[in-house]
Design a protein around this ligand. Structure first.
Ligand SMILES: Nc1ncnc2c1ncn2[C@@H]1O[C@H](COP(=O)(O)OP(=O)(O)OP(=O)(O)O)[C@@H](O)[C@H]1O
Length: 236
């Protein structure tokens, strides 16, 4: 279970409050207006945003004081976090060892992860020599390799066209299901939430509501969320 116990962050003028739990293996969408605190919520869980109060627990262990690298978390951002000067294989290998001193078994694991996302034979290319969709697959391969139980997605594929985005999300959710990952996915597109997350948390003005059934929440949203959703999905 991932538990946020009265967790708060204070970012000089902006305060985020979250008090909810998520079952292991659940997929939860995070929706809400721009600036409401969705990325801050993921940052709290990943450890980039310090807590000013409360605790975050995973399977009963308190993560709150752990550095980001010591948390059982992988995070994917929109820019895919690829390093342009490293090869595709090295970019994936970073998921295992930041110093890239991989042993033979780890090198095999990189090859296997690239195979899993359909990038066989491209390990020696640079990211710039790949299409946008292929670059996304490199980031997915790194997540698959890390095998951390919590996966956070911050509009990870929103720069891709709708069809490619759906393909990437399907591939990612397949990986997440096979590994039993607990997924939190920030999205501005309610269709992503409906398609990929049984539950959704709404973030409004720094207040995170507990997870609710996605269809029920989106079919009859509270007024502040209805106002945001009324504009339709924002593609950026
Ligand atoms: N390091 C920081 N210091 C001070 N304020 C910050 C910092 N980071 C974010 N904020 C503020 O916190 C609020 C929430 O930002 P956050 O990025 O979490 O929103 P969001 O819901 O993810 O927005 P978007 O949908 O536009 O990405 C915003 O008002 C933002 O300006």
């Amino acid at each position: 279970m991932l538990q946020l116990e009265r967790a708060e962050s204070d970012l000089g003028g902006f305060r985020l409050r979250a008090d909810f739990s998520i079952e292991p293996g659940a997929r939860v969408a995070v929706i809400g207006p721009s600036g409401s605190g969705k990325s801050t919520l993921l940052g709290m869980i990943a450890g980039f945003v310090p807590l000013s109060a409360g605790r975050i627990l995973w399977r009963g262990a308190d993560l709150s004081q752990l550095a980001p690298g010591a948390r059982p978390v992988s995070i994917l951002f929109q820019d895919q976090n690829l390093f342009p000067h490293l090869s595709v294989g090295q970019n994936v290998g970073l998921g295992l060892r930041p110093d890239l001193r991989l042993n033979a078994g780890q090198k095999r694991a990189v090859t296997q992860a690239l195979h899993q996302v359909g990038l066989d034979g491209l390990a020696d290319r640079r990211p710039a020599q790949l299409s946008g969709g292929q670059q996304s697959r490199v980031a997915l391969a790194r997540v698959a390799l890390r095998e951390q139980p919590i996966l956070l997605l911050d509009e990870a594929f929103s720069a891709l066209g709708p069809a490619l985005k759906d393909e990437m999300l399907s591939l990612l959710m397949g990986i997440a299901d096979r590994s039993g990952l607990t997924v939190l996915m920030v999205t501005h597109d309610p269709q992503d939430a409906r398609a990929f997350a049984a539950q959704t948390v709404a973030v409004i003005d720094g207040q995170v509501s507990p997870p609710q059934a996605t269809a029920a929440l989106l079919d009859s949203p509270p007024p502040a969320l209805a106002e945001y959703l009324g504009a339709g999905p924002v593609r950026r």
